[in-house]
Structure formats: structure tokens, C-alpha cells
Ligand binder design. Structure first.
Ligand SMILES: [Zn+2]
Ligand SMILES: [Zn+2]
Ligand SMILES: [Zn+2]
Length: 469
């Protein structure tokens, strides 16, 4: 470093980025209210006056602030501009009245025709990738839950009472499955139906060490699976399965083409939105899971072309899964639907079992060339700030839907529009208040049914798995 001829030179230091960052963070934490009011220029002056021996230009200060914005202002970190998506070069079998369009939100699904309220818009009977719940894996391997779909084979309302079920009941159940040839000859796995047995094309490759093939090492798969289980890592487990399905897909590689067209962003980038400086330990642990998971993942696949040569591609795959899965599985058409806090559509499960697929139903009349939307949130009754925070962390964007606009500016012109939309929706009659402003609670009370716990079924996982490690 060049030494300048200056009396103060021995006292002056040029702080490195980390020192500057640490100082800003501690400054922020000790003066949070004041901090929020400061402009960047004022912040620079304050930091300078508190560290009068620091040699730092305002330009450098600003560039550091920009680079580490997510650490200093985690609440302002959005990653929607990092998300990439493509229109797939393969037919998704969209209903003829729907079309896909790329716009500022990425891919969006539109309708060419008007749609009446409460109509069936499409069904997806077969997910692109069905992923069973990782927390049933041990039961699956012991023949207590279907080895393909993870549904419990013992009918009980209370999972915790599983162990108290009598031996004879178990034996009877096993017997009936064996009679129906739904048990595996080579492992303890049992399928819940012929359908599951047929769909379980990976079973022998992943679970039977005796099965020789040149693509997958089942011994490594079992290690990988246990690793995911130990770390409660659904996304890691899912992409192991997804990569395996891709490898065994027919030609042309339809699954891969669709998968590659999904909205994608590195999990490391998503992670920045969730964890700020206070979680360095968590971050270290996560990095360790990622790198160990990456190594194990690659060890499953015999052929180099099925492995990833760098960690970032692997993290991209995890990010893709987390952004796109619906209740754990990936659907080719559903994954194109964008979010609204006042959506015009809702997703329902077709049967009582997750593998029976999903359908999209209109919530109100929809006009020609209107975008179809669903609610991504676990709880749509949350307040504006809570919704915006959840969407920022899990999906990286700032929601600008009509409901959010209305709640930000309750007297704006959008208020009338939202009121009109909600009047159109089925038996939701508002507007009797003396106030000009629609009652948001009233207006959104029918949104409860967007939660994953829809009537009549017991989804295996209740919480969102969108923000897995
Ligand atoms: Zn099953
Ligand atoms: Zn088996
Ligand atoms: Zn919104």
C-alpha cells in the first residue's frame, strides 16, 4: 500500500469490506429507529464521524452497501430479477383456450376465452414428478406406508397411535397386500395400489442392490436418502428423485425439457432473502448440507453426464424445486400459474390421495385475455406485511396485486375495482357498509379454501415446503 506523506497517516486505516459491513450492522442494531430514517449520504457521514480514522470514499461506501444490501437491509432483498424461466419447446397439452406468455413476471398463463365462475379449467392427473413426503420414508421402507406414494397403509386418524396397532392387524394387512401381489419380492416395500406399483418405475434401480444397471448405484441412493432424512431435507431428496426420473425418461426427454423451462433461481440466492447476518451459524450448517448433499448426489449416478460439475448447478436445481413444487410434487401446467392475494382461480385435489392429481377451478367470472392466478400463501388471511414478507422470502417478488395495492392505498382508484371483483365472486356480498372502503376481512373471507387443508382430504404435508434448505 502506498504510504502518503501525511501527519495522520499512521492512524488512518483503510477498512476492508467485512469491517465496514460489521460496523454498519452493529450501528443498525443499536440505533434501529434512527437507522431507518437515514439516507445513504447521512449514513455515510455518521459512519465516518464515528470512525474518523477510516479512509473510505463515499463511492466505495455506496458500492459496498449495494453489494451487501441483503445483509444490511434483509427486508429489502428481492430476487425476482434473478429468476429465469422459459416457454418450453414441447407441448404441455394445455387446454386449447389457454396460452402461455412471457412478461415481467416471467411465465404467465392466460385465457383466450371468458370463463364462468366455478368452472373446471384444467386437470393434471399426472404430475411431472411425483415426490412422496420425506417424513414418511422410514414407514415406506418398512412396508407401513406405500413405497411409491407414501400413503399410510394402516388406516388411522392419529399417526402417533401407529405403534399401538396390533400385530394381527398388521399381519392381515400384509396378507391382503401380498394376496394382491402388491408387495415387493426383493425388499420390504409394499404398494397401496396397482396404480402405484405401475408408476414406481425407479423402485428396482433405487432400492435393490441386486439390480444391476449402468446408471444408478442403489447403495449410494440409500446413503443419500438417509442423509436427506437426517437433515429433514425434502428438497434434496426431491431433486435426487427428479434427476433419476430424468435419466430414465424416454426419448425425446420430455421431462427434462419441461423441468429446464421452469422458473429457476439458485437456492443460495433464495437463502439470502431469508437469513441475514444473525444467522451465520445456520448459514455454515446449510453450506455443509449443500456440499455434502452435492457429493452424495453425484455419487448416485454412474455416468458423468448425469452428474453436476459444479455446486451452483445443483443449487439451481434445489431452487427450481422449491419455487415450483405444489405440496411437494411438480406439475407441468400448474407451475405456470402466478400468485395473487385475490386470485381468480383455486387448486383442488382430485381425490383423497395425492397421486390422483389436481384441478384448477375458477373462483369468479374471468374475462378474455385475463391472467389466471392462484394463491401461493399458506394462509391468505395474513395481513399485508406478513403476506409481502412470505412472498419476498419464498418467491423473491414484491406483490403488486390489486389486494395489496388496495391495502397500501385504501382510498385509491383500485378500491373500486377490487370491490367489483369481489362482488362478482360467488355469494360474497359486501358493500353494505357506510364506509367507502371495502372491508378486507369480509372481502377475503372465502380465501381460506386456498390453504392446503382443503375439505375432504388429509394432505400428507401441511406446511409449505417452499423454503426448504
Ligand atoms: Zn401408493
Ligand atoms: Zn423392492
Ligand atoms: Zn398481493
Amino acid at each position: 500500500m502506498e504510504i502518503r506523506n501525511n501527519d495522520n497517516v499512521k492512524d488512518q486505516i483503510s477498512p476492508n469490506e467485512i469491517e465496514i459491513l460489521e460496523f454498519i450492522k452493529s450501528f443498525k442494531n443499536s440505533n434501529i429507529d434512527e437507522f431507518k430514517k437515514l439516507t445513504i449520504n447521512k449514513l455515510f457521514q455518521s459512519i465516518k464521524s464515528l470512525n474518523n480514522n477510516w479512509l473510505i470514499s463515499e463511492k466505495r461506501f455506496k458500492s459496498i452497501l449495494k453489494k451487501y444490501e441483503y445483509l444490511i437491509y434483509p427486508e429489502n432483498f428481492y430476487y425476482s430479477s434473478d429468476i429465469k424461466s422459459f416457454i418450453p419447446s414441447i407441448d404441455l397439452n394445455l387446454p386449447t383456450n389457454l396460452y402461455l406468455k412471457l412478461n415481467s413476471k416471467g411465465k404467465s398463463l392466460f385465457t383466450k376465452t371468458s370463463i364462468d365462475s366455478n368452472s373446471l379449467i384444467f386437470q393434471e392427473l399426472e404430475p411431472l414428478f411425483f415426490i412422496p413426503p420425506l417424513d414418511h420414508l422410514n414407514l415406506m421402507k418398512l412396508g407401513k406406508a406405500c413405497i411409491y406414494c407414501g400413503n399410510l397403509l394402516l388406516i388411522t386418524n392419529d399417526q402417533s397411535s401407529l405403534s399401538s396397532i396390533t400385530q394381527s392387524k398388521r399381519k392381515n394387512l400384509k396378507k391382503s397386500n401380498i394376496l394382491n401381489k402388491l408387495d415387493c419380492n426383493s425388499c420390504q416395500g409394499i404398494w397401496c395400489s396397482i396404480n402405484c406399483k405401475k408408476k414406481d418405475i425407479l423402485h428396482q434401480y433405487l432400492r435393490h442392490s441386486t439390480h444391476h444397471n449402468n446408471k444408478i448405484k442403489s447403495s449410494q441412493w440409500l446413503k443419500f436418502e438417509n442423509f436427506c432424512l437426517e437433515n429433514n431435507w425434502q428438497a434434496g431428496f426431491a431433486i435426487g428423485l427428479i434427476q433419476s426420473y430424468i435419466i430414465f425418461d424416454d426419448f425425446p426427454p420430455k421431462k427434462k425439457i419441461i423441468w429446464d423451462s421452469l422458473a429457476t433461481v439458485g437456492q443460495d440466492i433464495r437463502y439470502k432473502a431469508k437469513f441475514s447476518n444473525n444467522n451465520e451459524l445456520k448459514e455454515e450448517k446449510t453450506n455443509e448440507i449443500w456440499s455434502n448433499g452435492f457429493e452424495l448426489f453425484n455419487s448416485i449416478f454412474n455416468q458423468l453426464e448425469n452428474q453436476f460439475d459444479d455446486l451452483s448447478k445443483y443449487l439451481q436445481m434445489i431452487g427450481t424445486y422449491n419455487l415450483n413444487n405444489f405440496n411437494g410434487s411438480i406439475y407441468s401446467i400448474q407451475s405456470n400459474l402466478n400468485h395473487s392475494c385475490i386470485p381468480n382461480c383455486k387448486i383442488e385435489f382430485i381425490g383423497n390421495n395425492l397421486i390422483e392429481g389436481i384441478k384448477l377451478i375458477s373462483k369468479r367470472d374471468i374475462m378474455i385475455d385475463e391472467e389466471l392466478s392462484i394463491n401461493y400463501l399458506n394462509n391468505s388471511n395474513h395481513l399485508l406485511v406478513e403476506r409481502q414478507e412470505e412472498l419476498r422470502i419464498k418467491y423473491g417478488f414484491k406483490c403488486n396485486c390489486d389486494r395489496c395495492k388496495l391495502e397500501i392505498n385504501p382510498n385509491g382508484s383500485i378500491a373500486k375495482k377490487v370491490r367489483k371483483l369481489s362482488m362478482n365472486s360467488d355469494n360474497n356480498n359486501i358493500g353494505n357498509n357506510n364506509s367507502e372502503r371495502p372491508d378486507i376481512i369480509e372481502l377475503t373471507k372465502d380465501m381460506k379454501d386456498f390453504e392446503l387443508n382443503v375439505d375432504g382430504i388429509q394432505p400428507i404435508r401441511r406446511k409449505s415446503v417452499r423454503f426448504d434448505t
